[in-house]
Design a protein around this ligand. Structure first.
Ligand code: ARG
Length: 462
């Protein structure tokens, strides 16, 4: 017959252009291990339930093992005529073991097959993302420990706001990436059900044991409960992309800070040679390319989420071929995120932190103005609003004199409020400022050390 796959019904081969739009083997060959695992579990179940003869099952298992070895050795010839990974494996199985291969697809469709393959793949990607996030968090914790007392300017609106410790700033990222880890786990728990055995969409009349295949494939939630939903659901892919987009967005914000911090104007960090590039024309340049690319990869990941949401939004139940477009987006997001997480961890570990530059910058911009206002409230009993006003005049005075707040003379300060004593100088320095921020979650070095210890314990506990 002219058509290898559907020769019973179809006389002619697909047009070349049809093959170009329809064949997914170029990208879904990435699912080979999951596809073979799914087929092995299915075949074992079919034999256990007496649906296929045990001898045929043994042949099928042997053939599938051989195919796995061929693919891993790079000797498997993927064929576009065979459309996708599922047909490529099955057709090769027929070549290897003959007619017994034809029994494997009993009580199964490519619709539940692709759903189970893809779920397994996405589940693994989430577990790997969780691990990579853990390694990034450890890198941040190490730097936070080193710099628990290093004072830097904290910013709002990218304007100097109040002094903070660099350790505390690192721990802000730890919080963000730790939330991403919990999102990975939540998503895994929700997608941990096997769609295998839903068949095309309606279930099957064969006495299959879906609990058996679910357990064999490591789905702790057992089989999915509705055959229609099983083949039309891509929530698991959307959830992965959502988790990935949020994590990538966190990475992008950090990358943006690295780009800013590594400018000569800031000079807070120097990225290592291994994560920078030079310029082909300007010999002085050190460009933060890795940070910029981490920032840019976020666009791909966020784009993948919007892309798949858009593919899915108009689809009637159950399976439509549109859903084949889920894979390239997800694969690209998996790879982009993994690369970005590794690059970020590398940059955090390797970057040189210039504590002196951070400290100098923290002293600029009247960063301790709030401390002055708080002092007026605490020591002189001023209402905070009035203290804010007095402090504002002190800032104006210092600004016109071209000095910092701590450089104003006591006489000058007393013109603003007669109750001010020279004890006020004790709060105008940046170290005193950060040391005083001991409220729960505040930036004081003692807090930072306590939080680092708590994070290390949490990391060890899992
Ligand atoms: N390659 C297809 C996909 O990725 C497999 C499922 C095909 N099912 C079908 N009824 N054509 O979605």
């Amino acid at each position: 017959s002219g058509n290898e796959m559907w020769g019973g019904r179809f006389a002619a081969k697909p047009a070349a252009i049809m093959q170009a739009i329809n064949a997914s083997i170029d990208f879904d060959q990435r699912l080979y291990a999951e596809d073979i695992a799914g087929s092995k579990a299915h075949a074992a179940m079919l034999a256990a339930k007496g649906i296929i003869p045990a001898a045929d099952e043994a042949e099928i298992q042997r053939g599938l093992d051989a195919i796995l070895a061929e693919i891993e050795a790079g000797s498997f010839a993927f064929s576009r005529e065979r459309e996708d990974i599922h047909m490529n494996v099955e057709a090769r199985l027929a070549e290897l073991i003959g007619p017994a291969a034809g029994r494997l697809h009993t009580a199964r469709s490519r619709n539940d097959q692709v759903a189970v393959d893809f779920r397994l793949h996405v589940k693994r990607a989430l577990a790997e993302t969780d691990g990579a996030l853990g390694r990034l968090i450890e890198a941040f914790l190490d730097r936070a420990e080193e710099h628990a007392e290093t004072v830097m300017p904290g910013f709002t609106h990218l304007q100097v706001a109040q002094p903070v410790t660099f350790g505390h700033h690192c721990l802000a990222y730890v919080e963000m990436f730790a939330r991403d880890r919990t999102r990975c786990r939540d998503a895994i728990a929700r997608m941990d059900e096997s769609p295998l055995g839903a068949a095309a969409l309606a279930g099957t009349g064969f006495p299959v044991d879906r609990h058996m295949t679910a357990a064999a494939l490591g789905f702790s939630g057992g089989p999915t409960r509705n055959s229609i939903d099983s083949v039309s659901d891509r929530d698991f892919a959307l959830e992965f992309l959502s988790v990935a987009a949020i994590a990538a967005t966190h990475l992008s914000r950090f990358a943006e800070e690295l780009v800013i911090w590594s400018t000569p104007q800031f000079g807070f960090v120097r990225l290592s040679d291994s994560f920078s590039t030079g310029s082909s024309i300007m010999p002085q340049k050190r460009n933060p390319d890795a940070a910029e690319l981490v920032r840019a990869k976020t666009g791909r990941v966020n784009g993948a989420l919007v892309s798949l949401l858009t593919v899915m939004k108009g689809l009637p139940l159950s399976y439509s071929k549109d859903m084949q477009e889920d894979k390239e987006q997800v694969f690209d997001a998996i790879d982009s995120l993994a690369l970005s997480l590794s690059a970020a961890a590398g940059m955090v570990r390797d970057m040189r932190v210039d504590a002196g530059a951070m400290r100098r910058a923290a002293g600029h911009g009247f960063s301790t103005a709030t401390d002055l206002a708080d002092w007026l409230v605490r020591e002189l009993g001023l209402p905070f609003r009035e203290a804010h006003h007095v402090t504002g005049r002190a800032v104006a005075l210092a600004e016109s004199a071209g000095t910092g707040l701590e450089d104003l003379s006591l006489d000058a300060l007393r013109t603003l409020h007669p109750g001010i004593t020279d004890a006020v100088y004790g709060v105008l320095g940046v170290d005193a400022s950060v040391r005083s921020r001991t409220s729960f979650g505040g930036t004081a070095p003692a807090n930072v050390r306590r939080e680092i210890a708590a994070w290390r314990e949490r990391l060890a506990a899992r």
